[in-house]
Design a protein around this ligand. Structure first.
Ligand code: GP9
Ligand code: MN
Length: 622
């Protein structure tokens, strides 16, 4: 009898092991509620990792095979279980960068017991059976006679090749379907839904090791002190105008999805695209030359630039790779002044790793998709109208003073109007059916939502004791569709590099109680200038800001990671590698602007150093 079992076990255990791992990894996707995305790609991805796991087991023979089976099984089950539990708390899967985040693990540790459910037993039930079975049987069946090493080695190679091929095909399909998702990891759960949990963790681990360990540049203590000095000198200007003028007022900052600057005060076929914002602009301080500075991290970069005043990450996104850092932010500074701080966005909390990053940024609460009634859908999710309506109800209850940061969603690329709800909102004429046409309608819709939002704030009495800021996060019309931009802006076929550059501005206006500041400020500015500008008005310091206080500077500047920069009327374009006068379009001598290039380089270097070496923690001795 035992001999029969032994014969049967020959390599059969590897298949059993693979089947168990397959079931565990796929049930992770069930637990995370991701099965609506399941397709061939997912099965390939999971099978790929299962083959590699099988190959690992084949490494062992004899007595160690039992142990290897159990140990590998425990490790993989643990990985799956961590994700299941982590998801109950953070509504996301974990990643190496986050495990190092003592703050979060500490917090989770306390609640792990509460987060473990009885049903989680299914992930370890086999282990509960196998361990005692191993002790009962080990003396009876002795050593499992596995195949000879040559055969095992050949099998291992085949398994690894199969594993690699399947996983590769799955990753490739994901990349085709969502380009850049692996680079920025804007939706970790989506990645898991397409390539499986094990592949995701292997990729995440690989990224962490290559980016953060192997390629990490060393920074000496004297370098760190020097950087601190640089920020000190930069941000310790004393005599400033308007300091603390808005102290004690509430602050509401609304980041508008893809609100490119050209929509403001523009009409199409006799209709205003943004009548509500246009009206508001007359009572507000409007920045006409406000450039977005985002990179791979899109919306999340805009949030980061505006609240932290540092540049986006070298590659990928700060929100994914550096969510565990200590930050100095508009949020943390206002919180120190006794402000209640909240962020509101009606999307999944794991998107852009927000749930984690918002904790590090210091928000008291993150009002997300799960806190809204999904009573009206437009674009990617809850409609902006419903979002604002429900948000005002929540804000009304806040302890004052508060800072609330709101992020809209309806005007997100590709501006589809699935249920034809806004088909007739704007007559876009020749742009009907184009990206531009769809975009303008989406903008008009969000503008209506803004109008209702302002009315609701007025009705609640909050309008008069709050500073309310509206700005756009990044571009809306991709470079490949610039002909549509050329048509709308200049009624021509294409844009020159300078014209394209000039269009990369976003809407920016600030409304002050009693309209203390209003009119137009045409100085060149960028998103990293928001925090220092508001910090001065609210009487707090922005010690480690890279941006400038726009109400206390008289020279314009903006730059983006990719290399373009603009200093007053001088602009450098990476695409042509030339320097121009922005007003005349005349080419200037690049060598005359070495200082500007050096400054841009310094900004990039110090911003990266602060982010990659978690320097705020070091500066503040936290
Ligand atoms: C999703 C939203 C979109 O929550 O903020 O991000 P984006 O794709 O614009 O970077
Ligand atoms: Mn966006």
């Amino acid at each position: 009898m035992y001999r029969k079992i032994k014969a049967f076990l020959m390599e059969f255990d590897v298949l059993l092991f693979m089947a168990i791992i397959f079931l565990k990894v796929i049930s992770l996707n069930y637990s995370l509620n991701l099965m609506q995305n399941a397709d061939k790609t997912l099965v390939e991805g999971i099978m790929g990792s299962v083959f590699v796991a099988g190959a690992l087991l084949l490494l062992f023979n004899g007595k160690s095979r039992y142990k290897a089976f159990i140990i590998l099984d425990i490790l993989i089950s643990l990985l799956v279980l961590i994700d299941v539990v982590y998801n109950r708390y953070f509504m996301d899967v974990t990643s190496v960068a986050l495990i190092y985040q003592a703050k979060i693990t500490g917090e989770v540790k306390d609640s792990v017991k509460a987060l473990l459910h009885l049903e989680d037993l299914k992930y370890i039930i086999d282990i509960i059976i196998f361990i005692p079975l191993y002790f009962i049987l080990r003396n009876r069946i002795g050593v499992i006679k596995t195949s000879g090493w040559k055969k095992r080695f050949a099998m291992m190679m085949i398994f690894i090749a199969a594993g690699y091929t399947l996983s590769y095909s799955s990753v490739k399909a994901l990349n085709r379907d969502q380009p850049d998702i692996l680079k920025t990891m804007y939706d970790k759960k989506y990645v898991v839904s397409k390539i499986g949990g094990i592949n995701f963790h292997i990729y995440d681990f690989y990224r962490y090791i290559t980016d953060r360990v192997l390629n990490a540049e060393k920074l000496s203590d004297s370098d760190k002190r020097m950087i601190k000095e640089w920020f000190n000198n930069r941000n310790s200007v004393t005599a400033k105008n308007y300091s603390g003028m808005m102290k004690g007022k509430n602050l509401i900052v609304v980041q508008l999805e893809a609100f490119q600057g050209f929509v403001l005060n523009r009409s199409i076929n006799g209709q205003e695209i943004t009548p509500n914002l246009n009206k508001l602009s007359k009572e507000s301080l409007v920045f006409d030359n406000y450039f977005y500075q985002t990179a791979w991290g899109g919306t999340s970069d805009a949030e980061f630039l505006s609240n932290v005043s540092l540049l986006p990450a070298r590659e990928g996104s700060v929100y994914y790779q550096y969510a565990g850092n200590t930050y100095d932010s508009l949020i943390s500074e206002l919180k120190n002044q006794g402000y209640y701080t909240s962020v509101m966005h009606a999307n999944r909390p794991g998107f852009w790793n927000r749930a984690n990053m918002y904790k590090s940024l210091g928000f008291d609460s993150f009002v997300n998709e799960n806190n809204y009634v999904k009573d009206d859908i437009q674009g990617l999710g809850l409609s902006d109208k419903s979002f604002f309506r429900q948000s005002v109800e929540k804000i009304k209850e806040y302890k004052q003073p508060f800072y609330t940061f709101m992020i809209t969603l309806s005007s997100h690329f590709p501006y589809k109007d699935e249920n034809n709800k806004i088909k007739d909102i704007l007559n876009v004429g020749e742009f009907e059916g184009t990206t531009m046409g769809d975009y303008l309608k989406a903008v008009k819709y969000t503008d209506e939502a803004i109008g209702e939002f302002v009315d609701a704030l007025k009705a609640s009495g909050l309008w008069n004791n709050s500073v309310v800021v509206f700005y756009g996060d990044h571009s809306a019309i991709p470079f490949e569709k610039r002909d549509q931009l050329a048509k709308l802006l200049y009624n021509k076929e294409d844009l020159t590099p300078l014209e394209w550059f000039n269009a990369q501005k976003v809407v920016m206006m600030m409304h002050f109680p009693g309209e203390e500041f209003k009119g137009h400020n045409s100085m060149i500015a960028g998103q990293m200038d928001l925090y220092p500008t508001l910090a001065n008005l609210f009487g707090v310091d922005a010690k480690y800001a890279l941006g400038r206080d726009l109400l206390n500077s008289n020279s314009g500047f903006s730059m983006v990671r990719e290399g373009n920069w603009i200093h007053d009327n001088v602009v450098y374009l990476k695409s042509t590698d030339k320097v121009y006068d922005i007003n005349t379009g005349k080419e200037l001598n690049k060598n005359d602007y070495i200082k500007d290039f050096e400054l841009v380089y310094t900004y990039l270097k110090y911003s990266d150093a602060v982010i990659e070496h978690n320097l705020i923690k070091y500066f503040e001795g936290k």
